[in-house]
Ligand binder design. Structure first.
Ligand SMILES: [Zn+2]
Length: 130
């Protein structure tokens, strides 16, 4: 046992934070999917009409790329949140996935899905991983 092991109340608090974040992300991703479907329907029904100006098309393409980037980020976070919940279930939550040391309660409260301690996270980012 290391000295930074979580207490049961801390574990429950972090589980609640993760479940809440998961629900938020699922809601956001649901919104994005609905948005995308709405845009696709509009684009299909507009075929018989005169095409929009190139500027309009560029704007709508740019906003679609922003939405895709946001969805990709939400999805990556959702994967991390689900992995954290899985670690909670198997008892490895709170231990750095790289070195096995405690990630630290303060860091987990700020970032409940954090899988690595700060030292390993810095190294991973230096390697180009996140
Ligand atoms: Zn570590």
């Amino acid at each position: 046992m290391n000295t930074t092991a979580l207490t049961d109340p801390q574990r429950e608090q972090l589980r609640a934070l993760l479940e809440q974040r998961k629900a938020e992300l699922l809601a956001e991703l649901g919104e994005v999917q609905r948005d995308t479907l709405a845009v696709a329907r509009t684009a299909g029904s507009a075929e018989a009409e005169p095409p929009g100006s190139p500027r309009d098309q560029a704007n709508s393409m740019a906003s679609s790329m922003v939405r895709d980037a946001e969805a990709a980020r939400d999805h990556a976070e959702l994967v991390a949140v689900r992995a954290a919940l899985a670690r909670l279930a198997d008892g490895s939550y709170g231990e750095c996935t790289d070195c096995g040391q405690g990630v630290g309660v303060a860091r987990l409260l700020a970032q409940p899905a954090a899988a690595r301690c700060i030292a390993c996270q810095s190294k991973a980012e230096a390697r180009g991983q996140h």
